[in-house]
Design a protein around this ligand. Structure first.
Ligand code: BTN
Length: 238
């Protein structure tokens, strides 16, 4: 069984969703846990979407105690650690972070994060990475790609090990918010450009001005800065 320095590791052949399985580890363990599945039969994405989970790709959830007030920083760290892991495999990879927590490779989505609050003060960070294939489905709002399609050849195991090392490093630095934010902004997709943020029943268009300490998107509109908490970003051609 693979070893991770600060984590207990649980690897299943098949699960519905690693995020659902992760719920069972809250309270029963004071240790941080990684729940991984080779295949998920009901993988979930953000905002009720489906995450098709084919063998060869990576699906895992991290479950640990975490102060909810720092949730914004955790979103940032998770996405940043994914970007840095891919860059480790190919330092020239064209990686962009799409607010709030998608990772783009050559402008297509290669990884997604589903953060869920669990009971007491536990948090679940569910991550899917397209290692060998880019599943297509009708619900996709963004084109998908895989590492393999971009000539980044690594296994799901390799990726997970490198990711956990990077994530641990960033988590140790969580108080250095400005530095982490700068690292995120350096890779931000669409920064200072016109974007549209689509929400459940509304949408807003403006200039992507940045993010705040809580990972809210700052949208410049009519010389005012508006904070946006949730939504999907679309890039508007100009
Ligand atoms: C998104 O981009 O919409 C988020 C996708 C998150 C998918 C991962 S795969 C592991 C974990 N288990 C799930 O059911 N979802 C997350």
């Amino acid at each position: 069984m693979a070893e991770f320095k600060n984590w207990d590791y649980h690897f299943y052949d098949v699960l519905g969703s690693t995020n659902d399985e992760a719920q069972k580890y809250c309270s029963v363990s004071s240790q941080r846990n990684i729940i991984r599945a080779k295949i998920q039969t009901s993988g979930r994405g953000r905002r009720g979407r489906q995450w098709i989970s084919e063998s060869g790709n990576l699906f895992f959830s991290l479950v640990f105690e975490f102060e909810i007030k720092n949730i914004g920083a955790l979103v940032l760290i998770s996405a940043l650690s994914l970007a840095q892991t891919i860059e480790k495999f190919n330092s020239k990879a064209d990686i962009k972070l799409k607010w709030p927590n998608d990772v783009l490779l050559n402008n297509k989505k290669v990884s997604g994060i589903l953060l869920e609050k669990a009971k007491e003060n536990y948090i679940i960070v569910g991550i899917g990475v397209n290692i060998v294939s880019a599943p297509q489905n009708n619900e996709l709002i963004y084109q998908a790609t895989s590492l393999k399609q971009n000539a980044i050849n690594c296994t799901a195991d390799d990726f997970l090990h490198n990711f956990i090392t990077q994530f641990d490093k960033n988590l140790e630095q969580i108080e250095r918010k400005t530095q982490l934010k700068d690292e995120w902004l350096k890779r931000a997709a669409g920064i200072n450009k016109k974007i549209t943020v689509k929400q459940e029943t509304a949408e807003e268009t403006g200039i992507f001005y940045g993010i705040d300490e809580n990972m809210c998107l700052l949208l410049k509109k009519d010389d005012k800065i508006k904070k946006i908490l949730v939504g999907d970003v679309f890039f508007t051609e100009e």
